[in-house]
Design a protein around this ligand. Structure first.
Ligand code: UD1
Length: 421
């Protein structure tokens, strides 16, 4: 199994190109199920999660053509053969559940296994199910599969979400494009990936208003057509690489970076003593002094601080001056990186959803184990600052969300390599 070896202590200098967003691509790809005509996605990221979604869509009969080394994906659902999303694929990735809404909308039926994915809490699907039931679907759980039907098609409805779930908002948004009448999603999630999905659906002919706010209104149409859509920049990859020079020193420009994608994160960086400046090509990052300052962080739905940057931020605060309190409000059980960071010399106390981090002067390299996607990358970042060598094993999680991470970091001067054993 591959591992990544990082030798800390080298300041970074240069540019890192940020890819298209994994989480946007994973909802844009199933949007193809809404139309017989092709959907072309440009700026697609090259990741194993994208390969998993490709395999899932192909198992339904979708034709997927990958071009320009995977950066362009052409998807066509004109010859569908199945409406069942099998456990063998779904268990690898929770985002597989995003086929449920589109299948129900166009085919009036879907059988979707309950998902797997990162082991970060229970992650149920009740919000998706309640919302689609409000639109007239009948959904039963049998043998680990959701069996959903919408006889005569879905109907527009008022759909209040008990929590602003990203996936549920995406499923309902896609489903509503082909429902009869008007759907109003209340307490909708406002993440940039949802705005990107709405833009793509509109290009396909959908009638949508209010994306990016808590109320999204969708007027159902009879059919959707072909479209070409560029995937929005990955704000989580962006935030991760913005942290690299905070760990290692030096200065990095993240190409494609936009302040509106990472506003709350940049506020915390500023408070921690990190300068972020807009450039013609993106965002440039440099820490103001040798050591960052402690800051308190609470994860929230967008535009709050993203849970997907919590592990990376915690790793950074391990060597900041002072004590920081991190509260994880989106997922239970999302501090699995803490014991690994402690193995590197960090001072962290976890109690329920709250972690107290007291900065130490320097971390020490150690063999560590990645337990989920963002936890893995937080250990790589920690390795950039640590004394000596850090070996991160079980890195298959990393390949789900970061394309060519060792190449991107070594291009700006990091000592990092992938080792096969
Ligand atoms: C998406 C992102 C993920 C990110 C998360 C929160 C994708 C592919 N993944 O995941 O990277 O960490 O948003 O920003 O876009 N919940 C329920 N019932 C439901 C649905 C969700 O209780 O029916 C709970 C979950 O257990 C979790 C919280 O709501 O505690 C947030 O989940 P949700 O916003 O749905 O996240 P995902 O769409 O799964």
């Amino acid at each position: 199994m591959d591992s990544i070896v990082v030798t800390g202590g080298t300041p970074l200098k240069g540019q890192i190109a940020i890819a298209g967003a994994k989480n946007a691509a994973l909802t844009l790809m199933p949007a193809t199920l809404l139309s017989e005509e092709p959907l072309t996605l440009t700026n697609a990221p090259r990741l194993s999660d994208i390969a998993t979604m490709t395999a899932l869509l192909q198992s339904l009969g979708v034709e997927v053509t990958s071009m320009q080394d995977g950066k362009v994906q052409v998807l066509s659902s004109h010859a569908m053969t199945s409406t069942t999303a099998d456990y063998e694929i779904v268990r690898k990735m929770r985002a597989s559940n995003l086929v449920l809404g589109p299948l129900l909308a166009r085919h009036h039926q879907a059988v979707v296994s309950l998902p797997g994915g990162c082991a970060i809490g229970a992650r149920p699907m009740d919000i998706h199910v309640t919302a689609l039931e409000a639109m007239g679907a009948e959904i039963e759980l049998k043998d680990g599969y959701l069996h959903a039907t919408a006889k005569g098609g879905l109907k527009g409805a008022k759909v209040p979400l008990r929590f602003a779930s990203v996936g549920a908002t995406e499923n309902v948004l896609m489903a509503a494009t082909l429902a009869k009448g008007t759907t109003v999603i209340e307490n909708a999630a406002r993440e940039p990936e949802i705005v990107d999905l709405a833009h793509c659906l509109r290009r396909m002919g959908a009638q949508i208003e209010g994306e990016g706010t808590s109320t999204i209104t969708i007027q159902g149409v009879d059919r959707l057509g072909a479209a070409t859509h560029p995937v929005v920049t990955d704000r989580i990859e962006l935030g991760t690489y913005m942290l690299a020079p905070v760990f290692a020193g030096g200065e990095v420009e993240c190409l494609g970076g936009r302040l509106d994608l990472v506003g709350s994160f940049v506020e915390k960086l500023d408070a921690a003593g990190v300068d972020v400046t807009e450039t013609a090509g993106g965002l440039k990052v440099k820490r103001r002094s040798e050591r960052a300052k402690a800051v308190d962080v609470t994860t929230e739905v967008f535009p709050g601080f993203p849970t997907d940057l919590q592990a990376q931020m915690m790793a950074m605060l391990c060597t900041a001056d002072g004590t920081s309190v991190l509260e994880e409000k989106i997922f239970e059980n999302r501090f699995m990186h803490a014991p690994e960071l402690i193995r590197m010399g960090a001072d962290i106390e976890v109690q329920g959803g709250v972690a107290t981090v007291t900065g130490v002067k320097r971390l020490k390299g150690a063999p560590v184990m990645a337990t989920d996607l963002r936890a893995s990358v937080s250990l790589i970042l920690a390795g950039l600052a640590a004394e000596g060598e850090t070996t991160v094993s079980r890195i298959y999680h990393l390949d789900r969300g970061y394309e060519h991470i060792e190449e991107k970091l070594s291009a700006v001067g990091a000592k990092i390599e992938r080792v096969s054993s």
